[in-house]
Ligand binder design. Sequence first.
Ligand code: AMP
Ligand code: MG
Length: 312
Amino acid sequence: MKTKYRLFFLVLIVISLFISCKVQPISGNGIALGTSCSITVYRGDKDIDEYFNEINREERLFSRNIDTSDISRVNKNAGIKKTEVSEETYKLVEYGLSLSRITDGAFNVAIGSLVDIWDDEKVPSDAEIQKALGLIDYNKVILTLEDMKYYIYLEDKGMQLDLGGIAKGYIAQKLGERIEEGIINLGGNIYVKGRDDDNPWKIGLQDPEKDRGDYFSIERICEGNVVTSGSYERYFIQDGIVYHHILDGSTGWPARGNVLSVSVIGPDGTTCDGLSTAFFVMGVEKTSEVLKRFSGYKCVFVLENHETVTLQ
Ligand code: AMP
Ligand code: MG
């Protein structure tokens, strides 16, 4: 009897020791990049303010809403002169350009002038659409490196770079370098790190037709990104028709496939973000071709007929 009690207390002590040793996470929330961001760190750099400072710093480079950003300055000088930018902006635009080529323009880093005319939340005129379509040729984005200085030039006046389709994924991945275990969520662009197969992160994929937080499936990953593009994320309604924010550069209109959302899961955040935008425009068939070039990536479509299609 006595031994039984001893054993019982020993087990209790071990359990309480285990609980007291469990790492307490540190987390923070805030609005940045035009969306709500949350960061939870179990192990790694725990100064949450530093993460938000970093997000703000990147936003000041990439945002089209900030007059002095690298991207705004390049856009203002379109058709006039090349603009010196930071190495980081240069490299992100360079990667955006390569994604534009690989996806045959479904992701288009130079789509800004088309985004602008749809941003007013009313259907633009045909003339406006035609004019914008003449200003989104990504082959006219010229990158030059001279004397260790980085320059970007847009060949036609009125052209506009737009990094809205890749910046969040890029920043989430970059912040991820500061952590050993944790989760970074920039408005649904999720980066996780630091778990093993016995205890992976469980990331819910949003059901595009239900309330936020209503998931249709769970992704289990130890480290990587889950990025979703969906027509439910940002849209306006005119005459009973929904017009969302992901544009098809071949028509000038919001992409009109049968896709409600597509999530891309993989090791690099910029790639996941860019591909999610591209795959939304491309639809299932074209995606299955392009995805072959990205090993280690998978995607999950939710279609208008409620079917889900997983490709990898
Ligand atoms: P995401 O939510 O990542 O799919 O990105 C959508 C954002 O990317 C939009 O708000 C625009 O700023 C921009 N965008 C829209 N359509 C495209 C496109 N076809 N290629 C690249 N960027 C786009
Ligand atoms: Mg994207």
